[in-house]
Design a binder for this molecule. Structure first.
Ligand code: B12
Length: 221
């Protein structure tokens, strides 16, 4: 796809223009562009720009909400295609995913879920503002291999630790791997809270999940 189309995708997010974001996504599918290319080279770059402008005080909350809406409009078009690409093959593992308590950021988490699904994981998305006990209960119910916890605020990161503790308390920690992510999260933080891994974006989350499944299989055999 020509670079100017990726640039237009990026701009549609900055402008908070859902209709443009959506029609560019439709156009990209018609042109056989892999959805992940449009996400990584177009839309997500727009989201990064919005975050930077917000941090500098050049954009305000309503702008950020409009951008999130545009991102959702694009994802609504691309998501079914990503899922279709992953649905036709056997399952790679079971993942429970959610955003921590007190945090309503969902775009990155949805993207991680979509990419995992596209790579044959069965994903149970608990949504946003999820209590740690709920992560643990769902992990037990669906016999999860992996629990993924997203946090976008420095104030809600500590709730990722609460999820680790909830799984420990439920006696699930030995068989469930925990992965964490979100803009303020780091490798170091993951280690500190005794999670099993951190990934900086959705593609790396897939690689991490695949590695952890490998480890799980080796430890069983
Ligand atoms: C969009 C947005 C919003 C939207 C969210 C809409 C929605 N439905 O999700 C709205 C407008 C609601 C919002 C609200 C707020 N926001 Co806001 N928001 C953002 C923004 C601009 C983009 C986030 C985003 O969607 N990024 C795009 C996705 C694709 O990236 P991502 O989320 O980082 O996810 C990727 C990786 O992190 C990783 N990942 C994510 N989750 C996981 C999970 C796992 C398991 C793994 C492995 C990986 C992984 O993979 C993802 C895909 O590649 C960020 C800026 C930024 N730089 O992050 C601010 C930002 C996160 N928000 C911020 C703030 C302050 C707020 C508010 C407190 C503002 C306010 N005054 O009310 C509220 C908080 C509301 C709440 N209680 O949660 C600050 C946080 C500062 C801080 N250090 O804590 C930021 C950093 C902006 C800034 N620069 O100041 N926000």
């Amino acid at each position: 796809m020509p670079n100017h189309t990726f640039a237009a995708m990026r701009q549609s997010i900055i402008d908070g223009a859902p209709d443009t974001a959506s029609s560019l996504a439709q156009q990209s599918l018609a042109e056989d562009i892999a959805p992940i290319e449009s996400i990584n080279n177009g839309y997500v770059l727009g989201m990064h720009n919005v975050g930077e402008q917000f941090a500098r005080g050049q954009m305000f909350l309503p702008d950020m909400m409009a951008s999130a809406e545009a991102m959702r409009a694009a994802m609504a078009v691309l998501d079914p295609e990503l899922r279709r690409l992953g649905a036709e093959r056997p399952m790679a593992g079971v993942v429970v995913l959610g955003t921590t308590k007190g945090d309503i950021h969902e775009i990155g988490k949805i993207l991680v879920g979509t990419m995992l699904t596209a790579h044959r994981f069965q994903v149970h998305d608990l949504g946003v503002d999820v209590a740690s006990e709920k992560f643990a209960a769902k992990a037990r119910e669906v016999k999860a291999d992996i629990v993924g916890v997203s946090a976008l605020l420095t104030t809600t990161m500590r709730n990722q630790r609460a999820v680790v503790e909830a799984l420990e308390k439920e006696g699930l920690r030995a068989r469930v791997k925990i992965i964490v992510g979100g803009a303020p999260v780091t490798h170091r933080w993951a280690e500190e809270i005794r999670a099993d891994g951190y990934a900086k974006d959705a593609m790396n989350a897939v690689v991490l999940a695949q590695e952890l499944m490998q480890q799980k299989l080796l430890s069983v055999s």
